[in-house]
Structures are given as structure tokens and as C-alpha cells.
Design a protein. Structure first.
Length: 95
């Protein structure tokens, strides 16, 4: 039998041209889905360590794409994001 996950309320953040925290550190995190909305016009780059996110590096989401955290990419650390275009929406579902 699979363990039951508890889901947080879905949320979103606006990602700009300066690296900033998109998802806070969470020692209870069991999973995470990050989605760049289809209506975005730029890419969103993610950083999963203490370093600032940098455009065109790391995990890059184009409009309509999603990142699903799995056992190989799992982290409870804060996740930073940056975009090459101001005001891009990153949808967040944390488990």
C-alpha cells in the first residue's frame, strides 16, 4: 500500500528577472510540482541549492512545461527562480 500524501493548497508566484525564492524550504515536503503557465512568454530557470538561479541554467521551464520532483531530484531546501522576462507565473503544488 502506498503512503498517503498531504497536499498543500495550490499557489503561484510571479517570477522576475532577479533570482528570488519561489518555494520556501520545507522539512516535511514529500513531493512538488512546478508549472510554468502556458500564458507565460519567457523561460523560468530553477535552482535547488543555496545558489542564485541563473537564466539559461539548471532546470529550465518553457511556457506550459512542468517539473515533477522525484526520488532523484528530491530536496527539502528552498527553490529559487528567475526568468528572462518579467512577471512570469510559476504554479506550485507541494505535497
Amino acid at each position: 500500500m502506498l503512503p498517503i500524501c498531504t497536499y498543500s493548497d495550490p499557489t503561484s508566484v510571479s517570477v522576475g528577472v532577479t533570482s528570488a525564492a519561489a518555494v520556501a524550504a520545507n522539512s516535511r515536503r514529500e513531493g512538488l510540482i512546478l508549472t510554468s503557465l502556458r500564458t507565460n512568454t519567457g523561460q523560468i530557470a530553477l535552482s535547488f541549492n543555496s545558489a542564485a538561479a541563473v537564466v539559461n541554467t539548471g532546470v529550465i521551464l518553457y511556457p506550459g512545461e512542468a517539473f515533477l520532483m522525484d526520488e532523484r531530484s528530491y530536496t527539502t531546501s528552498a527553490i529559487k527562480a528567475i526568468s528572462d522576462v518579467a512577471a512570469q507565473t510559476l504554479s506550485i503544488q507541494e505535497m
